[in-house]
Ligand binder design. Structure first.
Ligand SMILES: [Zn+2]
Length: 664
């Protein structure tokens, strides 16, 4: 993206993020999911990193949290509450650790805790008694909500100091959360009173803490899980902090874990990514931190983020991306389904490049246009779809989509029966032809893609994931995983098989195209005569007619194929999808220009071996004897070909003669 385009995109992103930030953090209203908002922020951060001159002080990337409202007393935090660096993969987490390792040059270990989706609060105790509770606010200044926090039974009003010799002022941080169960109950009550539903537990928790009437807060049954001690009482590690908090009477998140190395951190991440839905509280990731507090202090912070801890985000189920095109795919009963071709994006742990748009009505409902920035969703086993368009991201260059009048596969007229939402191809055989073409394309003698059987091909076409052979090469694991019987492993295997089939012998490539009358032998003959796809595409009718073993009808069919606009587009698409057609050796061996026919069984080598050797020496194989045949190789118990060859006075070779010829 050039500077001008980047500036425009950044401007749009900032306005969009600011809009949602205000709703989410100040008004406690959520219009788009956290995953979608994160996705916008991530794009902004990346663009700003590419063009640092475009960073402004008011950019959302430079901000931590929201402004306090005026209705509560403001509180200056004794220490600013900083943010965390987000990481989205184990690789990024390793990068984070390596950066720190270079700065401290000392061994350390880790502490992991679930990142609860709640509201951070600061609790101040004097002489062991809770005197003040404040919200995070913008990290520097929060709001005093002591009365409300006191209603949360998990927060101790006085500390069980016991063995600890606490100073007069003692400060703790915690996360106020609502269980999923309570959240459901609250929303049920909202529904009964015909009030709007809350988007998630975090929103209700935040809203409840900022109630002016503590009775409402009390009714919400919030919890508070303490996670940090600000006051220095000699604690050495974060693990110890959790122990002290527990001893003093705080509730702490029970699944936290000490991890001696990154391998164990990785195990922890994996475990909770899978089990997150079973937790009482909503979590969107894991906070990974360096356990030793002395090192935490040495590392300090960079900008507004602590260096010594990182937030590993679980894969979001929503993300934003751009609709690059809308294609139409034809289903089994001729249904035309529009499919959005997306700028590839990571969502729910895999890359997604397509989303179904179902039908024209759905496109109209969403008002999705080519070029639009959209929110896509991929939850569990569901095929990704577009849930929302962000119209304020439009530049004016977006294009509306209309169903074509002619079928994109067979050019037959498209019809829309009255009262139905779907458009159909009027040609009843359309789907079958398309499917057969692809089955042929991936077969053993063609691209030989293992694991791609007719059932899967049918599903892929039905889901709109492919509509011709070149689409196979754009498939991602994320496209396959939602399909029936596709485990993570088999999806990865198939993508690997497709990818490794890209490099292909010229003759196999020709065969794969499924040109009428062009079988394996003809494909080999074409490859040996033209050597490269470029040459073959340029071949005139005469060039084709001159090839031995290719008759007029076949030559015409080949010529027509390469003149056809749709074939040309398919070839271009295949090449731009990364298919590498290897050049064939133009016939130059000792058997160049000679055509062989075999009959009977050979003694010292199999028929296929014999054919291979003839081809490698530049000769051609034909299945039947004709005037163009140069040699008939005769083995044991020859068939009728022998008689025909004698009639046509064709040179006959015994197995011994043949071996002499090829070895001579
Ligand atoms: Zn059709």
């Amino acid at each position: 993206m050039d500077l001008k385009a980047a500036r425009e995109r950044i401007k749009k992103l900032k306005a969009e993020i600011e809009h949602h930030r205000y709703l989410y953090h100040v008004r406690d209203v959520q219009e788009i999911s956290d995953g979608a908002l994160d996705s916008l922020k991530h794009e902004l951060l990346e663009l700003e990193q590419q063009h640092p001159q475009l960073i402004t002080p008011d950019s959302p990337t430079q901000r931590v949290g929201g402004q306090p409202l005026d209705k509560f007393k403001k509180v200056n935090h004794s220490q600013p509450i900083l943010s965390l660096e987000d990481v989205f993969s184990l690789e990024e987490l390793k990068g984070w650790s390596e950066k720190n390792q270079r700065l401290v040059d000392e061994d350390y270990d880790y502490f992991c805790e679930l990142k609860l989706d709640g509201l951070t609060v600061v609790l101040t105790y004097e002489n062991g008694i809770l005197v003040r509770g404040a919200t995070r606010g913008d990290g520097q200044i929060g709001e005093e909500v002591t009365q409300n926090l006191k209603t949360i039974e998990a927060i101790p009003l006085s500390l069980k100091s016991g063995k600890y010799n606490l100073p007069k002022v003692f400060e703790v941080r915690g996360e106020v959360v609502m269980t999923k169960k309570v959240f459901e109950k609250v929303n049920k009550e909202q529904a009964q009173r015909a009030l709007p539903l809350y988007a998630n537990p975090r929103n209700v928790a935040a809203g409840s803490i900022r109630q002016l009437d503590p009775k409402i807060t009390a009714s919400r049954k919030l919890a508070c899980l303490a996670f940090e001690i600000i006051t220095d009482i000699g604690q050495k590690t974060h693990q110890e902090v959790h122990q002290i908090l527990t001893d003093l009477g705080f509730k702490v998140e029970p699944h936290s874990q000490y991890c001696p190395d990154l391998d164990q951190v990785g195990g922890y991440l994996k475990k909770w990514e899978a089990a997150r839905d079973k937790l009482d509280y909503q979590t969107d990731g894991v906070v990974v931190m360096i356990n030793q507090i002395s090192l935490q202090k040495r590392l300090g912070h960079i900008g507004k983020a602590e260096r010594w801890m990182a937030a590993y985000k679980f894969p979001a189920e929503q993300a934003t991306t751009v609709v690059e095109d809308i294609k139409v795919q034809v289903g089994r009963i001729g249904t035309l389904t529009p499919v959005a071709i997306l700028k590839p994006v990571r969502v729910a742990g895999s890359t997604v490049s397509r989303a179904t748009l179902h039908n024209q009505d759905e496109i109209n409902r969403l008002d999705v246009r080519i070029g639009d920035t959209v929110i896509i969703q991929k939850a569990g086993d569901i095929i990704p779809d577009i849930v929302k368009v962000l119209p304020s991201m439009r530049t004016g260059k977006e294009k509306k989509f209309q169903m074509p009048q002619k079928c994109p596969i067979c050019s037959a007229p498209v019809v829309k029966p009255e009262g139905e939402v779907n458009h159909y191809c009027s040609n009843k055989k359309c789907f079958a032809v398309e499917k057969e073409n692809i089955i042929h394309f991936v077969s053993k003698k063609a691209f030989n893609i293992e694991g791609l059987g007719p059932k899967i091909i049918e599903q892929l076409i039905n889901q709109g994931l492919i509509h011709n052979a070149s689409d196979l090469f754009d498939l991602t694991e994320g496209d396959l995983q939602p399909l029936d019987r596709f485990a993570e492993k088999s999806a990865a295997n198939l993508i690997e098989a497709i990818s490794s089939s890209k490099k292909i012998a010229f003759s196999k490539f020709i065969y794969a195209l499924g040109i009428r009358h062009v079988g394996e032998e003809t494909a080999i003959a074409l490859a040996q005569n033209f050597g490269s796809l470029d040459q073959l595409r340029k071949a005139g009718q005469e060039d084709l007619n001159n090839i031995r073993d290719i008759g007029r009808v076949v030559a015409q069919s080949i010529y027509d194929y390469f003149q056809n606009k749709e074939s040309q587009k398919l070839l271009d698409d295949l090449l731009s999808a990364g298919v590498k057609v290897m050049k064939a050796e133009v016939k130059s061996g000792v058997l160049a220009g000679k055509t062989f026919v075999l009959t009977g069984s050979l003694f010292s080598l199999s028929r296929n071996e014999a054919k291979d050797r003839i081809r490698r020496l530049g000769g051609q194989i034909s299945e039947s004897v004709s005037g163009k045949t140069d040699y008939l190789i005769v083995g044991e118990e020859p068939g009728s070909k022998y008689d025909k060859a004698q009639k046509l006075k064709i040179k006959i070779l015994s197995e011994k003669d043949f071996l002499k010829l090829i070895e001579g």
